[in-house]
Design a protein around this ligand. Structure first.
Ligand SMILES: [Zn+2]
Length: 81
């Protein structure tokens, strides 16, 4: 399978933007790209020229902006003991 580093374009020729990082069962990271034109999503392997800092930023983005108050998590944890 040929996955060139520059092959980040959708079938519709629209530009793909990275929206998330996921980890495969073997521990390898993959990037989720979404087409800005048609919204199609594609999973790409991490390329050698991908910026590690940008990847980490992408991976921690949901943790940095939780959609719920964090103090509620603490209450739920205490209830179990
Ligand atoms: Zn597209």
């Amino acid at each position: 399978m040929d996955v060139a580093a520059g092959d980040r374009r959708c079938g519709c020729k629209g530009p793909m933007e990275p929206i998330a990082v996921c980890v495969r069962y073997d521990g390898e990271w993959a990037l989720v790209h979404r087409c800005k034109a048609c919204g199609a999503m594609r999973l790409n392997r991490i390329a050698g020229d991908d910026n590690p800092l940008a990847l980490m930023s992408l991976a921690t983005r949901p943790l940095a902006r939780p959609p719920f108050p964090l103090d509620r998590l603490a209450v739920d944890t205490r209830r179990g003991h």
